[in-house]
Design a binder for this molecule. Sequence first.
Ligand SMILES: [Zn+2]
Length: 156
Amino acid sequence: MFCNKCGAQMSEDTKFCPTCGEPTSAPEAPAAPYASQQAPPPPPPPQYSQHAPPPPQYQPQPPRQPPPGGDMIYPKGSTPEPILMGLLSGCCITGLGQIILGQVMKGVVILVGGIIIGGVTMGIAAPFIWIASGIDAYLIAKKLKDGKPVRQWEFF
Ligand SMILES: [Zn+2]
């Protein structure tokens, strides 16, 4: 190559002219004439999510709520006679038929509640409690005898 200023010959790899000291101004990268007109590189394709959708979250089932009215009482092989249960609750001890049929809590509540209500009302309400208790015990026993389950607190 030759110096741009003085024309002296110099080696290719020198930075300055050995004769006049002029820096070799050989352009390092000739600008391409149409470089600026080149279209910008196409944008990268949209990033579709390459991840599979997350597996559905396992929703733990809430603990099964007992049916309203408490546990079910399923008919057993030997259901007492409905009439007997009705007479027992209606004429002897309120709630006794229910207790025998499996509605223990309900029977106790009827028994205790009957005593309290009967006492509070000076015995006026007692016959009604007896009658209601007797009818209830009869119908509950009848349901069980028909093979139908009853709820722990089901009435009539
Ligand atoms: Zn020179």
